[in-house]
Write a protein that binds this ligand. Structure first.
Ligand SMILES: [Zn+2]
Length: 385
């Protein structure tokens, strides 16, 4: 009996340690995710400010600059500790107690996994868990562990959604070239207006024509790709909206929507590498039920660790349902893999540059819609229109 209790305590101790680890992992992920991009801006801003403060080159200026430099680090520690305390203080459900009746007086008491022996509340006699009760206590500790692990997984998804948005924009080269070109164009307009009102003065017609010609070329060189990009992006959005309307699905362009859907509908693990977005990212999932979800990042750079992708996720563990879905997706050209929690079906978007990739992704979503692929994944088998 005593040996059995010792064995039990060891097993429960091991399970509780694992639950504690999972809880720490969840806490750490939540804390990390709570520091948004504003903090990065604060750090960069403080470095620039520290550089400015240091300019007078006196001892006091250096001290002040160091303080400005150290400020955000200090703030992170203070705010982080406060947030950590708040996360830890949140109500935490303990393991489910197991009811036992006292062999002496018959009164009902409760045992906890870590406390298989106690005194009876009514008669004070010794209450010890027997074989079945010990099993129930282990099951209770394991249920608590499973809960903590699930929470850790969900917080990791939310964190991945915060960190997986890269690259956020592909417009930087447009801004750089457009900024320089814009100055030239403004200069050319001013020069032309001047000539119109004041006359040519010292410059020749040829010079003015050259200045204006370069301005026109610059405008076209920046404007044309920007306009094409805009049109593709609009067509891409329109295709998504058509798909969402047809399947009565919610459309989002944020990774958070994907993470929240996973928390509610995905029964297993899913690696953070799947939770990535880039320009044009879209997430689609039916408003009712959870037969499928579509995650598309048409424009992403593989060298940034993000790959252009179109993925269909089918949650579930039921064999017949999943193999039917697998057949449908493979017929549509997807590479399907079974993971913990369901199916992940992938289609390479590929394409050279943003315009090309958006076009390909739009065509792929259109093919899915017209082929009724998403409809076939739904329980009604595509009857709904
Ligand atoms: Zn009793």
């Amino acid at each position: 009996m005593l040996e059995e209790l010792h064995g039990h305590t060891r097993r429960v101790g091991e399970v509780e340690r694992q639950a504690e680890h999972a809880k720490e992992a969840a806490t750490f992920a939540e804390l990390t995710a709570s520091f948004g991009g504003g903090w990065a801006a604060l750090f960069v801003g403080s470095w620039l400010l520290a550089g400015l403060v240091m300019l007078p080159n006196t001892a006091w200026a250096t001290v002040l600059a160091l303080l400005v430099f150290a400020g955000p680090f200090f703030a992170v520690v203070v705010v982080g500790r406060r947030r950590l305390a708040r996360i830890r203080a949140r109500s935490d459900e303990g393991p489910r107690p197991v009811p036992v009746s006292c062999p002496g007086c018959g009164g009902q008491s409760e045992l906890l996994p870590g406390q298989p022996v106690r005194a009876c509340r009514y008669c004070g006699g010794a209450l010890a868990a027997d074989g079945p009760a010990l099993e129930a206590l282990i099951a209770s500790a394991q249920a608590k562990l499973a809960g903590e692990q699930r929470l850790a997984t969900e917080q990791r998804w939310r964190l991945a959604a915060k960190q997986g948005a890269a690259p956020r924009t592909d417009l930087v080269p447009f801004f750089v070239i457009g900024g320089i070109g814009g100055l030239w164009v403004v200069g050319a307009i001013v020069a032309t207006i001047r000539v119109a009102f004041v006359g040519l003065g010292e410059s020749s017609v040829g010079e003015l024509a050259l200045i204006d010609g370069v301005a026109v070329v610059l405008s076209l060189a920046v404007g044309t790709p920007l306009l094409r990009r805009r049109r593709r992006l609009q067509r891409w959005r329109a295709e998504l909206e058509a798909c969402a309307a047809e399947r009565d699905a919610a459309l989002s362009h944020r990774l958070d929507a994907f993470a929240e859907w996973l928390c509610v509908h995905w029964p297993g693990e899913l690696g953070g590498r799947f939770i990535q977005s880039a320009v044009g990212y879209a997430f689609l999932a039916p408003r009712s039920g959870a037969a499928w979800a579509l995650s598309v990042a048409p424009v992403a750079h593989a060298d940034h660790g993000v790959e252009p992708h179109l993925r269909v996720l089918v949650p579930g563990s039921e064999g017949a349902h999943l193999s039917a879905a697998e057949a449908v997706l493979e017929r549509a050209g997807f590479r399907v893999s079974a993971v913990e929690g369901g199916l992940v079906a992938e289609l390479e978007v590929g394409g050279e540059g943003i315009v090309d990739s958006l076009e390909r992704a739009a065509a792929q979503v259109e093919a899915l819609r017209r082929g009724g692929v998403l409809a076939q994944l739904e329980p009604s088998g595509g009857q709904r229109q």
